[in-house]
Ligand binder design. Structure first.
Ligand SMILES: Nc1ncnc2c1ncn2[C@@H]1O[C@H](COP(=O)(O)OP(=O)(O)OP(=O)(O)O)[C@@H](O)[C@H]1O
Ligand SMILES: [Mg+2]
Length: 187
């Protein structure tokens, strides 16, 4: 872990989108783009929960309707526990309600306008049902509500993620937050 990153029981969540029913590979709001860039600029460690689950086959059955494996949430939590209690981690996933509350000092929910999101998902070749479900999920802001229900309101932030300028603004804002956090916890 980098010397200037939150340490000792500190984790850091970059998350977006709920819609777990829609399964892995959904969204496209820019979680991975933001999470990786942030990790490289901050020195924090980046963890992609979807990749972790795939590599460790942390699944519990298969969702036929959505044609995707169902995440074994307990095993994912077990797998991450040690790293999370060490701190200095950015977690990327499209849901956050099953992570222990103590893991995160801040949670970001990325928000992409429907028209922009539609184009991004269409580019990925999503079928009509998957497209509709995901856009609908976005409309109802499922994840934001889920995050607010799972974490203290003051640590949940919604960030716009429509343009490259948004991405840059978000990174700068989060880097400032990290810097402040380190200052507040260094004495
Ligand atoms: N702020 C942004 N402005 C414009 N394009 C963006 C922005 N953020 C991400 N993108 C683009 O949108 C696409 C999806 O981004 P990304 O893979 O980071 O999304 P994701 O939320 O991780 O998706 P998934 O849930 O499927 O993992 C990529 O082509 C990426 O380059
Ligand atoms: Mg991703």
């Amino acid at each position: 872990m980098a010397a200037d990153s939150p340490a000792g029981g500190v984790a850091f969540g970059v998350s977006a989108r709920s819609c777990r029913a829609a399964g892995p590979g959904t969204p496209g709001v820019g979680k991975t783009t933001l999470g990786k860039e942030l990790a490289s600029r901050s020195g924090l460690k980046y963890i992609n929960v979807g990749d972790l689950a795939r590599e460790g086959e942390l699944y519990d059955g298969y969702d036929e309707e959505y044609d995707c494996p169902i995440l074994d949430e307990d095993r994912v939590v077990d797998e991450l526990e040690n790293q999370m209690s060490e701190g200095g981690v950015i977690v990327d996933y499209h849901g956050c309600d099953f992570f222990p509350e103590r893991w995160f000092h801040i949670v970001f929910v990325l928000k992409t306008d429907n028209s922009v999101l539609y184009k991004r998902l269409e580019t990925r070749g999503y079928n009509e049902k998957k497209l509709k479900d995901n856009i609908q999920c976005e409309i109802f802001q499922v994840l934001h509500e889920e995050a607010l229900a799972s974490y203290k309101e003051e640590i949940v932030h919604q960030l716009p993620s429509n343009t490259p300028e948004d991405l840059e603004d978000n990174i700068n804002q989060i880097l400032k937050w990290i810097e402040q956090w380190v200052k507040d916890h260094s004495s």
